[in-house]
Design a protein around this ligand. Structure first.
Ligand code: SAM
Length: 162
């Protein structure tokens, strides 16, 4: 598969998973956490699909499209291993959807971030919350959900808090 094919499939998987998650949460109360703003593509999709939800974003250095930058009150700026615990203290268990797209090419860094996410995300999620991620975050107490049609296993991870 060419790198172009791979990028296209990853973006289609992201969109399919986000759209499915939006359907699943329906009108359930709660906010959204976007971990890894990047250029703001998925943030923009999340806010377009859920215009009435509060979305908090985590990013170490903002370099997004100017139209896709959250305001300061909704941005946790800095290393996610520091800002996630800060968010848990400030927000508590209010998220109904978390989308994490933050993996790096470096396994050691990824493992550290995964360990922090596994420990802290349960302190941010409501019962029934959905976790979508580009990596398999080993959060206890979550059930794997089937991926949307056309999304290859391992490309995205889709879980729900029991
Ligand atoms: C793949 S991009 C996210 C792309 C985004 N989903 C989009 O659609 O545009 C990953 C982002 O995570 C951020 N990031 C990576 N490691 C981080 C860390 N340890 N703490 C905070 N942000 C981090 C990077 O700066 C980058 O902007």
């Amino acid at each position: 598969m060419s790198r172009l094919d791979s990028v296209i499939r990853r973006l289609m998987a992201q969109r399919a998973c986000i759209d499915r998650a939006v359907e699943l949460i329906g009108d359930a109360p709660g906010s959204v956490l976007e971990i890894g703003l990047g250029n703001g593509r998925t943030f923009d999709h999340l806010r377009e699909k859920m215009p009435d939800r509060v979305i908090h974003v985590f990013e170490r250095q903002v370099a997004a499209h100017p139209d896709c930058i959250p305001d300061d009150d909704h941005l946790f700026l800095g290393e996610v291993v520091d800002t996630l615990p800060q968010a848990a203290d400030r927000l508590g268990r209010e998220a109904i959807l978390i989308h994490s797209d933050i993996s790096t090419p470096f396994q050691e860094i990824n493992e550290r971030i995964l360990a922090v996410q596994a420990a802290v995300l349960p302190k941010l999620m409501r019962p029934g919350a959905i976790l979508l991620a580009d990596q398999d975050i080993p959060v206890e107490g979550m059930a794997d959900l089937p991926l949307p049609d056309g999304v290859k296993p391992g490309r995205y991870f889709f879980k729900q808090m029991k």
